[in-house]
Write a protein that binds this ligand. Structure first.
Ligand code: ADP
Ligand code: ZN
Ligand code: MG
Length: 483
């Protein structure tokens, strides 16, 4: 076989992406992981420091109990088993953002392991401390001709939880979708701001590909800090394409850490991948193991709220909502809460109808805002949806009413009266339909001749005349009755 044929065979081979995610979550504790400094939110640089988080000799770390509590909550929410006893290690490396010369992190015995969120298995959940922040002065801050950098130690020592998934993700879109689920779950737990712009949620993606049908894993690369859902998806797709091209050309993927530039779409090597032994991990001698008591475990367990995945399931099961609607309501707890309050206002309310109005028209009006912060009351939406169901207000008029409710508040029945938005009554409507059919005799002929689209002209005339106060379905019925 000639080289060309081999090339063709390689070129035709289909590849499957394999992706595992590593997520760092900054915890919203009051103080840092191993000292009493308060967490920093944009304070003047180096104002939230002490000898412990500056790594001065002779200081001793003390584990933050609230960070352990939050870590246990996260582990449990992700279905992991908390370790009866986990320990901290020193991960040694030199970098100016790490004053001790090592990061305190959990290594071979993490806080919790073996869980699942959605369809992705969780490998481990562990505690560690964040590094400080380097501030690059650029050309304005030259020292001996070189661009200088400064260190702000405020962030150094902030509690982090690292979540590592199994390599279960099979596409870039699935990675982004799953990260959304993780983010709403963490938000619901109240353990972090989960703000990707501000770095309180950071995601690294490990990517490899393999021929479809192959069961062993290919060599992976690690994409650092994919700091938005969009970058994550774009970066992973770019890396999959790069690896595919390499393999199709007969090359091999080398294990390395890559930086994705969202502006150019380019992937550039940061460093060749270091191995665990490069870090000279050894047990932190200054800290006692984390050994949660039954009481600590119980406290974490009982602090768990209903999680988005559970809520979506409940909304689907108990209210008969479509899976996509249920997920949208569960993933935005403000919308889910609004729906449930609207339903509580009226025991005969139709959950599906209200849910559709919440995820459809209400969201179209309020965007990302919490409906509780707008003027529309859940009871008012329930009443409006009921009026639509009973046919006392047409769908298009009801949309107008909702916009008024969102902007000014009030009661739908009163708004309908004030603005004369009530559905045209049947005698009135029948008269309007008769007139419209007379005025549009051409269109009526076309409908009779089998051109169903021509009905639009007659409907349009009725809608104009009633100013949207008529129900489209009812108008169609009346027209067909008269054909
Ligand atoms: P490392 O020792 O390089 O940190 P780990 O085994 O700790 O690698 O895995 C880190 C992450 O990479 C995990 O999310 C894991 O699921 C993922 N991963 C491991 N091997 C692969 C692979 N071949 N392809 C894609 N992801 C992988
Ligand atoms: Zn400190
Ligand atoms: Mg690792």
């Amino acid at each position: 076989m000639g080289a060309g044929r081999v090339g063709d065979a390689l070129a035709e081979r289909a590849y499957e992406p394999v992706i595992g995610l590593e997520i760092h979550v900054q915890l919203s504790t009051r103080t840092k992981m191993f000292c009493g400094c308060e967490l920093s939110f944009g304070e003047e640089p180096n104002t939230r420091t002490c000898p412990v988080c500056l790594g001065l000799p002779g200081t001793l770390p003390v584990t933050n109990a609230q960070a352990v509590h939050f870590g246990l909550m996260i582990g449990m929410a992700l279905g992991c088993d908390p370790a009866p006893r986990s320990i901290f290690h020193r991960k040694n490396y030199f970098y100016p953002d790490l004053p001790k010369g090592y990061q305190i992190s959990q290594y071979d015995i993490p806080l919790a392991r073996d869980g699942r969120l959605g369809d992705i298995r969780i490998h481990r959940v562990h505690l560690e401390e964040d590094a400080a922040k380097l501030v690059h002065a650029g050309a304005s801050g030259r020292i001996h001709g070189a661009e200088a950098s400064a260190v702000d130690f405020n962030r150094g020592g902030t509690p982090l939880v690292e979540i590592v998934t199994e390599p279960d993700v099979r596409s870039a879109a699935q990675a982004a979708e799953w990260l959304r689920l993780l983010r709403v779950t963490l938000r619901q737990l109240g353990v972090s701001d989960v703000n990707m712009d501000e770095g309180s949620l950071r995601c690294d993606a490990n990517v490899s590909i393999r021929p479809v049908g192959e069961t062993t894993l290919g060599t992976k690369t690690e994409l650092k800090n994919m700091n938005s859902f969009r970058f994550l998806e774009r970066g992973v797709n770019a890396e999959i394409a790069r690896q595919e091209e390499l393999l199709r050309e007969g090359g091999t993927v080398s294990q390395e850490t890559l930086h994705f530039d969202p502006r150019t779409g380019a992937l550039s090597p940061l460093r060749s991948k270091e191995e665990a032994h490069d870090y000279r991990y050894f047990p932190e001698p200054d800290l006692v193991p984390v050994a949660p008591t039954e009481e600590m475990l119980e406290r974490a367990r009982s602090a768990l709220p209903e999680l988005p995945a559970e809520r979506a399931e409940r909304l689907e099961r108990d209210m008969g909502l479509a899976p996509d609607t249920a997920r949208r309501l569960a993933f935005r707890s403000d919308l889910g809460d609004f729906l449930e309050e609207a339903l509580a206002a009226d025991s005969e309310a139709d959950p599906e109808a209200i849910a559709n109005w919440v995820v459809g028209e209400l969201v179209a009006n309020i965007g990302d805002a919490d409906p509780a912060d707008t003027k529309v009351e859940p009871q008012a939406l329930a009443a409006l949806v009921k009026m639509v169901g009973e046919g006392t207000v047409a769908g298009s008029a009801a949309k107008e009413v909702l916009a008024i409710l969102v902007a000014d508040g009030g009661h739908p029945a009163e708004i309908v009266n004030e603005k004369s938005l009530g559905a045209a009554d049947s005698d009135e409507l029948a008269g309007i339909v008769d007139q419209a059919m007379t005025d549009n005799a051409d269109a009526v002929e076309k409908i009779r001749a089998g051109n169903d689209k021509a009905i639009g002209a007659v409907m349009g005339a009725v809608m104009r005349e009633t100013k949207g106060r008529a129900d489209g379905g009812e108008v169609q019925r009346l027209i067909r009755e008269r054909l």
